[in-house]
Structure formats: C-alpha cells, structure tokens
Design a protein around this ligand. Structure first.
Ligand code: AMP
Ligand code: MG
Length: 473
C-alpha cells in the first residue's frame, strides 16, 4: 500500500436522496502531474513512494476507507432555476479530519459520468485542471478562503470539446465541504422538509456549531460570503460563474471555471465567454451574492415554524447584507492604502483612486503594489491624475503608524495573470510543465518579491491580453 488516507466519512451516511453512490470510471494511462505534499501532510495523508499516486488520484484504485459518491444539488444558473444538477463529473472520495481537527472533503473532478451528468461526458481537459490548480492555490496563499488542489493527473485519454481532441485530466480538490446554496435548493424545490432539516443539522454540526436556528445559519453564511466577496474585490478577482450551485455554505471560493484576475482595472470587467449580459462582472459580484443569499433564505423558510415571521426576518437579514459587504470592503481597501482602520470618511479617497485607475487604464495589482514608490504614477496614462490624488492620500496617512508594512501585506506582488495561465496551459499540452511549476512556486508567497521572477508580474502587452475565458466543461 503506497498511500494512506485516514477517511472518516459522514456525508455517505446521510439518507438516500442526498447522493448517488458511484465509483469513478477508470482511465487508460494516468500520469501524475502534481501532488501537493504540504496539503497532504495537513490532511494526515501518508505516502510511500510516488509510484501509485496517479492510480489513486485518477480513481483507478480506490483507497481503503473511501466510499465514492456523487452529490445531488440544484441551482440557479444565470438566474434560471435547474431543480436537478449535482456532481456530473465529480466523485467525493470521502472526508478526513485534518491535523487541526477540521473535516475536509476529498473529491475527484473529471472522474467520469454520474447519474447527474445529463448530456456531459463527466470529464475535464488539462487546461481547466491546471487553471484550477494554480488559481485555487494562489487564492489560498493570498489568504482568501478557497477549495484547495491536492493532486492533478493526466488520463491518457482524449476529451472532445469545441477546440477538438484535448488531453484529459483529473483534479483532486479539497474543500471544507461541498455544501452549496444549491444543496438547500435541491430539497426545497421538492418540498422535502425532512431532508431540509437533516441538511440543516448536518451543516450546523459541520460548519456553524454555534447556530441554533435557520436564522442563525442564514446570518452566519451571509457574514462569511460577504467577507469572501469583499476579499475577491480586494485582489481584482472575478469568479465568472456565481451560480447558486457554485456558492458554498462554508464561505469558500469554489468552482474555478472562467474566473480571472483583472489586469487593467475596470469595474464592468467580464471575462467569461458565456456571461454576455455581464451578470457576474467585477462590480456586480456584491449584488449577485445578495441575490444568492436570498435563494438560500427562500429555501430555509420551509423549515421555519412561523413562515410569515421568517419571511420578514430573512428579508431583513438579506437587505442588511450590502452594508455587511461594504464594511468588509472598506476595511480591505483601507488596508490596501495603508490605513489600519478605515472609516466611511475614507471612502472618497478609495473611490477616488479606483476612478482614476479606471480612467487611466491602470493595472490593478501593480498600481496598489507601487503605492508609495516612484513607480505608482507610471501606471497612469495621465500621471498628473495620480499626483493630485496622492497629495490627499499622503495627508491621510499622517498619524497612521506603519502604512508601508500594512500595504506590503495587503497588496500582492504577484497574482496568477490570465496570459501566463494561457501560456502555461499551452506549454503543458505540448508536454512542458516548467511554467506550471514556476508559477506554482512564485504564487506560494505572493506578497514577497522574488526578483528573478519579475517578468511574471508584468501586465500583459497588447498582444498578450486575454479578453475571454471559457468554462471548463
Ligand atoms: P459548473 O458550471 O462547472 O459549476 O457545472 C454546472 C453543472 O454541470 C454541474 O452539475 C456539473 O457537474 C455539470 N457538468 C459540468 N461539466 C460537465 C461534464 N463535462 N460532464 C458532466 N457534467 C458536467
Ligand atoms: Mg459547479
């Protein structure tokens, strides 16, 4: 036996409608591309040699204690409700209690068809697998709650997409759970209050032990999601598919499809090829998460003793959410400017900078990182716009005790830029994983300058700019 995963499964013990027991579909010739040893250690996983890892992380071999299943869920996709989604290309292998005592899911993504696949093939190709690997690990290193990447393998099989035949791959991802707003919607749509109560109890035990009522749970999820979305905004991240089935109950980022970090700042920025209306544009993310929380609230109403009262209370909680997001946003952007504890009076300064950045096609990441240095004004087409703003900013910083160190810890030196990800995918398809490894390494400490990797921090030249990203399906 070359791997030991201390499985301790709980989801597999829930009643029937929650999932379909299902093994991954074996693949022809699995090869290991990446294994996250640090995360494996955190999960209590032990290995002896790397020989068989590809067998386990492709689903060809099922580790002892694993009880593979596909989870059922529903969801609003771009505002339209699908009562039946579910893991169409994923298998939950099981859960472990990590070294901190926290329960974590281990899931294969791209591991073959399930009863929820609809017309899909249950597979993934190498590009989206590498993208999710790199971006989710980068998010973690940036201090943003997220699913993690434990392993990636190629399958030795082709996957057929619009672009033609592509190399198949499987990602092993780890999350504090895969419970989604859509999991609650699944049972609410069926008016299955028994299952909703079971799900409520399960969720509380797993994520919110202090929550006694569905109202407590709703408020707790609202708070975590509010903070998460404010954190995304703070690094210029656009998720791209904020459907309710991609919105976790834990408050972790999940499902990296057509996601992207902005280069040039613009509030209306959209990358996803399928988001033609800009529903999930950068600055619309706070509105969308409030809408998604309203869908969670609607599902929870069904298990409230007094539904009319619940509608009143939940409406109030959801209506209060924009202010919660705004408070987190203010703190995060305040720190990006070196302000320890921003107050509403600082808003003008923050918005003022964002406005001139948008008007001057300034690079989001590099502008914030350069604040306080000579290089900041170079990010602006008209540097005088910045000079004017800078006078007010410098004045505001009088009295702040250590703005430089706050800024260094809040403004990353490096982010996973789209053009670099595209480049690494193309190289990997051709068999060269050097850039994948280099980026992985660089993004592990995103706040620390690594001079020899400076080119990876450059904004794209006009012919390098990636204007659209695509779903992994
Ligand atoms: P996503 O937009 O990736 O979150 O996926 C939405 C739904 O489509 C989920 O139920 C997925 O499991 C399903 N899905 C996505 N890609 C595939 C695929 N290649 N085969 C089967 N189901 C898929
Ligand atoms: Mg999804």
């Amino acid at each position: 036996m070359s791997i030991t995963i201390p499985f301790e499964n709980s989801y597999a013990r829930l009643p029937d409608p929650f999932f379909s027991r299902r093994n991954p579909t074996p693949v022809k010739d699995p090869q290991l591309i990446a294994f996250n040893t640090e995360l494996a250690t955190e999960l209590g996983i032990t290995t002896e040699g790397n020989d068989d890892l590809a067998q386990y992380f492709s689903g060809n071999t099922i580790a002892a204690g694993s009880d593979p299943l596909a989870q059922a869920y529903a969801g609003h996709q771009f505002g339209g409700f699908s009562p039946q989604l579910g893991d169409g290309r994923a298998n939950l292998l099981g859960e472990v209690l990590d070294t901190g005592g926290q329960r974590r899911d281990i899931q294969l993504k791209g591991s073959g068809p399930t009863p929820y696949s609809r017309n899909g093939d249950g597979r993934a190709w190498l590009g989206p697998v590498l993208r999710e690997y790199v971006v989710s690990e980068a998010m973690h290193a940036l201090g943003i709650p997220t699913s993690r990447a434990l392993a990636a393998v190629t399958t030795g099989e082709s996957v057929y997409r619009e672009q033609g035949a592509l190399p198949g791959a499987i990602l092993t991802r780890v999350a504090s759970s895969h419970l989604r707003v859509g999991t609650f919607q699944f049972f609410a749509a069926r008016r299955d209050t028994e299952a909703l109560k079971t799900l409520f109890d399960y969720t509380v035990t797993r994520h919110y032990p202090d929550a006694e009522t569905p109202t407590d749970l709703l408020n707790a999820v609202i708070d975590r999601q509010a903070r998460l979305i404010a954190q995304w905004m703070g690094v210029g991240f656009i998720h791209g598919v904020m459907n309710t089935d991609n919105t976790t109950i834990s408050g972790e980022t999940i499902d990296y499809g057509p996601c992207a970090f902005m280069d040039v700042f613009h509030p209306d920025m959209v990358f996803s090829s399928i988001d033609t209306q800009g529903r999930y544009a950068y600055s619309n993310q706070p509105n969308v998460i409030v809408w998604n929380m309203a869908q969670l609230a609607t599902s929870l109403v069904q298990i409230m003793p007094n539904r009319d009262q619940a509608v009143t209370d939940f409406t109030e909680a959801v209506h209060a959410m924009p202010d919660v997001i705004h408070r987190y946003w203010l703190q995060i952007f305040g720190r990006k400017l070196g302000i320890t504890n921003a107050t509403p009076e600082d808003e003008t300064l923050i918005i003022g900078l964002l406005e001139i950045m948008a008007n001057n096609r300034a690079d989001f990441t590099n502008t914030f990182r350069a604040l306080g240095t000579e290089k900041a004004r170079d990010q602006f087409l008209n540097p005088k716009d910045f000079d004017t703003w800078e006078v007010d900013w410098k004045q505001r910083l009088n009295g702040e005790s250590n703005p430089e160190s706050i800024m260094q810890a809040s403004n990353p030196w490096i982010i996973p830029r789209n053009h670099r990800i595209e480049e690494l995918i193309q190289a990997a398809v051709a068999g060269d994983y050097t850039l994948f490894e280099t980026l992985r390494g660089a993004l592990a400490t995103p706040f620390t300058p690594q001079p020899e990797l400076q080119p990876l921090t450059h904004a794209p030249t006009s012919d390098q700019v990636v204007r659209q990203t695509f779903c992994g399906t």
